[in-house]
Design a protein around this ligand. Structure first.
Ligand code: NAD
Length: 376
């Protein structure tokens, strides 16, 4: 496992909170309620430092992430991010778009391993568009390479071929070192779970992912206890929907992981239920972990108080596990969410006829209320 920090009794943790755009603002308020609860009632204490990112940062500073913000968050113990983006900023030049702020954090802090669990809560079995027997008890983990591949490869751009015709191009590239480090994380993680790892690529048509497969297979020799399978991405997307429980840990490239994890989100019922952790190697005095929901800024529902804050709160739960090494607190949060869902409380995205419909802030309040009944 990638370990991120040593937890010390009564240590004060500095958490950078970047709410961002759209529903990012709303769900961050709910995550703060939970963090404040742990500050008050647990052996940990927190200093929460809030900064701008994305469109809101561009509006203030003409940059989606200022150097000043980057420097400050780099010194914190962990970063919690809401979401970035929205139609207001879609026509900006590429380097000023909200998403560039996010990509810059990932790249500058070298957060190369993105953990995206897809867990089906018992109470939400009927919220998925798939049959209950296909997804009941599902608990899979997608590990996505996050700092290389086609999202970062050069050259990239759009150029004129002639007066009428343009050419858009991006570069899909991976070095063997980049593949080996994500492979190690994936094998180590699989070893700590069911000892099954599926690597997803497109080795039949893309040379860079042929190299991906070669390095994965070579790394497997160092982990004989882990059973490795390799799958093409087109087949993997089909298998995820046909029989998702055949998987336990999946490791894949940046773009394939982006797409497959959104697909996996619908197994769980809603994008609003999917957390993530982006983690790099531990280096002294440098933050190596960011936690954020998988979803975006959801401009279609922003400002209405109906967004589901659970992906954000579950991201906080991942922070307890990976950065603060407090897995028991992480489990407490998951248990509390289970209880709330079992009692029939739902935000609109996971609501069915018989449920109790509640708002974004009601959900945050309920998590805190249920935490009060927990012994930690
Ligand atoms: P999205 O994830 O924002 O929304 C997709 C759909 O899911 C929408 O119908 C939305 O209402 C719903 N949804 C998402 N999160 C929800 C939640 N917590 N509760 C209830 N419903 C939820 O994706 P999009 O619409 O393709 O993108 C919107 C903007 O977000 C774009 O600017 C995009 O670039 C950006 N984006 C940012 C991130 C990020 O910050 N990590 C990720 C993806 C997209």
């Amino acid at each position: 496992m990638v370990k991120t920090s040593t937890s010390v009794m009564n240590k004060k943790f500095n958490i950078s909170l970047l709410p961002g755009d759209g529903i990012g603002q709303e769900i961050s308020i709910e995550a703060t309620k939970v963090l404040n609860w742990f500050d008050k009632f647990s052996d940990l204490s927190f200093v929460i430092d809030e900064h701008d990112i994305g469109g809101v940062s561009f509006d203030k500073y003409e940059s989606p992430l200022t150097e000043n913000t980057l420097e400050k968050i780099s010194k914190s113990d962990a970063i919690l991010l809401g979401a970035v983006g929205g139609p207001k900023w879609e026509s900006l030049p590429f380097e000023n778009r909200p998403e560039r702020g996010l990509l810059k954090i990932r790249k500058e802090l070298d957060l190369f391993a993105n953990f995206r669990p897809a867990i089906v809560f018992d109470a939400l079995v009927d919220s998925s568009s798939l049959k209950p027997e296909i997804i009941k008890n599902l608990d899979i983990l997608i590990i996505r390479e996050l700092t290389s591949g086609i999202y970062f490869g050069e050259p990239r751009g759009v150029e004129n071929i002639d007066e009428k015709n343009k050419r858009g191009f991006n570069t899909l590239e991976y070095t063997s070192e980049e593949i080996e480090r994500i492979a190690r994380v994936a094998f180590e993680t699989a070893r700590s779970r069911s000892k099954r790892l599926c690597s997803v690529d497109k080795a039949n048509v893309l040379e860079s992912t042929e190299l991906w497969r070669d390095i994965i297979v070579k790394t497997a020799e160092k982990f004989p206890e882990v059973e490795l399978t390799n799958m093409y991405v087109d087949n993997a997307s089909m298998q995820l929907v046909r029989n998702p429980k055949q998987f336990d840990v999946i490791v894949t490239t940046n773009m394939f992981g982006d797409i497959l994890s959104d697909c996996a989100s619908m197994l769980t019922g809603s994008l609003g239920m999917l957390p993530s952790a982006s983690i790099g190697r531990k280096t002294p005095n440098k933050c190596n972990a960011m936690y954020e929901p998988v979803h975006g800024s959801a401009p279609d529902i922003a400002g209405q108080g109906i967004a589901n804050p659970l992906a954000m709160i579950l991201s906080l739960s991942m922070m307890f596990k990976y950065s603060l090494l407090k897995e028991d607190y992480s489990k407490v949060i998951t248990r509390v969410i289970n209880k709330i869902l079992d009692n029939g409380y739902r935000t609109k995205d996971i609501f069915n006829d018989k449920d109790k419909l509640i708002s974004t802030s009601d959900m945050g309040d309920l998590v805190v209320k249920e935490l009060n009944n927990e012994k930690i």
